[in-house]
Design a protein around this ligand. Structure first.
Ligand code: FEO
Length: 400
């Protein structure tokens, strides 16, 4: 499969309809994904990125239908992660002398993955590659989201090849932003940002400023996953600017796990207290053991505050809650308030453990949380509802 994007650019990637987990088991992809590879034809021909290893044979066979391999002059490797470089070894067996353009960090990563001495050409931001009437302009984009990442920009067509940035895990036959379901597209974009780019938000803001300062016209953004932004392409750039600025909505997420429903009863009572205090706030409850972790992370990303609950078990917390706290720690959310809660029978350490973890992860913990013994009776439920109300009050009191 291939299709024309402009007279000069042809998409030669792979739509992966079956993908349901990405990065091993770390990222859920309910709607599949795509690995976008682009062929740019001028007097010279450049191939930008490839696809995941498991599709390398298919990729190479497909590419052969589009261009004789001996006509490919350059390979542009924007990112070494194997979902984009996986087919390089197969391709390079056919055209071993073709130069591969990448960053200095890319060189380290490619050598680390593939142990080959291909004809690497290391670029720096601002370097260009003449294709004839068009040029490729390279822009290093370290930590968006790996050290090696770079973008490239095609003059004349005014197309930014942004690699993972501005991408989404969304498989579609339509492949352009104006042709797909807009709600699905938005959901996959924000999920991608929340789960992958949150730790690098300061760098995202800076890189967007740098690229916009170049004053290059942008008619299209071609990411390495999902649809191509051809209608109002800067809409996703504006969204990234918002998301990178410690984004939050008027939402509170309550995330918990519960052995015998006692902590669930607490969660539901806290939610009622929150709504009683502020009916305008969106309250969302998730049993983390029964929810998709990446979807919950997306909801936390959207939240101004988070409540995390667990029963106490063996002087600790339930492991699904522990896993969530570990994910949260790595993502480094900012500008969010939080507290813990949980039920216990005799030792009752869970709330303290959750509270400490939230503090260590950069949340502003507004109080010491709430504990209830066994299954809370009506008095306990009332205390939880009052805790919810007090939590809302604490948010507005400390709100900045
Ligand atoms: Fe889509 Fe960082 O690879």
């Amino acid at each position: 499969m291939h299709f024309k994007i402009t007279d000069a650019i042809t998409w030669v990637g792979k739509i992966d309809w079956e993908l349901r987990k990405f990065h091993g088991e770390e990222y859920s992809t309910h709607r599949g994904s795509t690995y976008n590879s682009y062929l740019v034809r001028d007097e010279k021909i450049a191939l930008i990125d490839t696809v995941w290893l498991k599709f390398s044979r298919e990729f190479v066979d497909n590419l052969k239908q589009v261009v004789p391999f001996e006509n490919i002059d350059y390979i542009i490797a924007n990112h070494a992660e194997p979902d984009h470089s996986g087919a390089l070894p197969e391709l390079m067996r056919a055209i071993p002398d073709t130069p591969v353009y990448c960053t200095a960090n890319g060189l380290k990563s490619f050598k680390g993955y593939y142990h080959k001495d291909w004809d690497f050409r290391v670029i720096k931001s601002g370097d260009t590659l003449d294709l004839g009437s068009r040029k490729l302009v390279f822009v290093e984009a370290p930590m968006l989201h790996w050290p090696d990442t770079m973008f490239c920009y095609l003059t004349q067509d005014n197309v930014l090849f942004s690699n993972d940035a501005f991408g989404q895990h969304l498989a579609s036959e339509y492949m352009f932003n104006d042709l797909v379901d807009q709600a699905e597209l938005y959901q996959e974009c924000i999920k991608y940002y929340a789960n992958i780019l949150t730790p690098f938000s300061a760098l995202v803001s800076k890189k967007i400023q740098d690229v916009l300062a170049l004053n290059l016209p942008v008619d299209m953004i071609c990411p390495s996953h999902g649809v191509i932004w051809r209608t109002d392409p800067l809409q996703i750039v504006k969204k990234y600017q918002q998301w990178a600025a410690d984004y939050q909505e008027n939402q509170i997420s309550i995330v918990y796990d519960s052995m015998w429903d006692s902590t669930r009863h607490m969660a539901e009572a806290i939610a009622r207290g929150i709504i009683d205090a502020d009916p305008s706030v969106a309250v969302k409850l998730y049993n983390i053991a029964r929810s998709d972790k990446n979807d919950v992370i997306t909801e936390i990303f959207k939240s101004k505050a988070v409540l995390v609950g667990s029963s106490t078990i063996n002087r600790g917390i339930l492991y699904e809650v522990g896993g969530l706290l570990e994910m949260i720690k790595g993502l480094g959310f900012k500008n969010k308030k939080a507290a813990g809660f949980g039920s216990y029978g005799w030792s009752g350490e869970s709330v303290k453990i959750i509270t400490e973890s939230l503090k260590a992860s950069g949340f502003e913990v507004v109080n010491d949380g709430i504990r209830e013994t066994w299954n809370p009776d009506q008095n306990g439920i009332d205390r939880c509802a009052a805790f919810g109300k007090a939590f809302v009050a604490a948010l507005s009191k400390k709100g900045d």
